[in-house]
Structure formats: structure tokens, C-alpha cells
Design a protein around this ligand. Structure first.
Ligand SMILES: *[C@@H]1O[C@H](CO)[C@@H](O)[C@H](O)[C@H]1NC(C)=O
Ligand SMILES: *[C@@H]1O[C@H](CO)[C@@H](O)[C@H](O)[C@H]1NC(C)=O
Length: 186
């Protein structure tokens, strides 16, 4: 009987430690205070919280200037488009003849073009040429929109890519806002 109390004590002690460290953990995205630069960028995007969360998924963001943030945002968009394209190809290879396979094939092509546009943007960033960045990002957003639009109003109304299309458009919007920092000040 005398041993029960200490066990319980330690159990609750560790439980509360865990609880408080989880709540107050400064690396959790909601406890993080965005830099002024990130705030000013994300205020100009469609969804402020999506923008902050996306940028802070990269460890470089807390100390990043506009140039590094441009790399981060285009890296995120490029990776997102690449991952989504791989997912589309998995869907296509797993079920040879799904009712929406025609639409998925179109999306595969659109996403190929989006990946290409974002790769060109990253090249331009490398060579510090900024004039086309926003239009490459806008291209990639348009491809995601075209992919999603294909599913509208058909009997296969249910797009398996709704969330991914929305994510790419959200990331592209961040890229556009950051790209405009360079072209406006030049
Ligand atoms: C945000 O938008 C405002 C109004 O269009 C503009 O003046 C400002 O420069 C923009 N800031 C950034 C970081 O894009
Ligand atoms: C795309 O980016 C969003 C926002 O950062 C993320 O939540 C999502 O998991 C990414 N999707 C893929 C397929 O990489």
C-alpha cells in the first residue's frame, strides 16, 4: 500500500510535465511568433495561417531574409507539385481503369507542367533574375485550378485531388507575394 502513492505521484508528475511541455513547446507552429517579414508577406496571401504554417515548416524561416524566403516558398511549391504528381501516378497505376482515369491523366500532364514552371523559377532565383518569378508561380496555380476544374459537374464530381490542388494554389500565392517584393523594389 505504501508503494502506491509514490507511483501515482510520479505518474502524474510526468503526465503534467509532458502536458506542459507539449502546450508550451516553442517549436510547435501555433506557439511560434512569425517575424515581421513573414507577417507582412502572409497578410497579403489568401489564408494567413496556412502561409505561416507552410513557411515555418522550413527551419530556415526564423532567420530568413526575402531572398531566402523566396527559395523556401518555391522549394515548398516545387516539392508539393512533385509529390502530388507522384500521387496521381500512383492512383493511375494502382487502378488501371478507374472512372476518373482520363481526368487523372490530364492532371498528370498539368502537374508535369507545374513542376516544370517551378523548376524554371528556382533556376531564375539561383541566377538572381526575378522578373518572371511571379508568372511561373501563377502558371503553377493555374495548372492546379485546371486539374480541379476537370472534375466539376461530371458524374465523377468527387476529385481525389481537391486538397492537393488547394495546397499548391496556396503555396503559389505565397510565391507570388514574395516575388513581387523583388520586382516592385527594382
Ligand atoms: C502587401 O500589400 C500591400 C498593398 O497592396 C503593399 O503595399 C505591400 O507592399 C505588400 N507587402 C508585401 C510584403 O508584399
Ligand atoms: C503541400 O503543402 C502543404 C502545406 O505546406 C502540406 O500540408 C501538404 O502536406 C503538402 N502536400 C504534399 C503532397 O506534399
Amino acid at each position: 500500500m505504501g508503494n502506491v502513492l509514490p507511483h501515482n505521484f510520479f505518474f502524474f508528475f510526468f503526465f503534467f510535465c509532458f502536458f506542459f511541455f507539449t502546450l508550451l513547446n516553442p517549436t510547435s507552429s501555433h506557439a511560434k511568433k512569425p517575424t515581421e517579414l513573414v507577417k507582412s508577406i502572409c497578410k497579403n496571401t489568401t489564408i494567413y495561417a496556412f502561409c505561416v504554417d507552410a513557411l515555418y515548416s522550413d527551419p530556415r524561416t526564423p532567420t530568413a531574409d526575402a531572398y531566402v524566403l523566396a527559395f523556401i516558398s518555391f522549394d515548398l511549391a516545387y516539392l508539393n507539385a512533385t509529390n502530388t504528381r507522384a500521387y496521381i501516378q500512383t492512383l493511375l497505376s494502382r487502378h488501371g481503369s478507374r472512372p476518373d482515369s482520363k481526368l487523372l491523366k490530364r492532371c498528370d500532364r498539368f502537374y508535369g507542367e507545374a513542376v516544370q514552371a517551378l523548376a524554371l523559377a528556382l533556376n531564375d532565383l539561383d541566377s538572381e533574375s526575378y522578373s518572371e518569378l511571379a508568372s511561373y508561380a501563377a502558371d503553377s496555380a493555374r495548372k492546379a485550378r485546371d486539374c480541379q476544374a476537370g472534375f466539376r459537374g461530371r458524374d465523377t464530381d468527387h476529385s481525389p485531388l481537391t486538397r492537393m490542388n488547394r495546397d499548391l494554389r496556396g503555396l503559389a500565392k505565397i510565391c507570388i507575394v514574395i516575388s513581387n517584393i523583388f520586382t516592385v523594389s527594382l
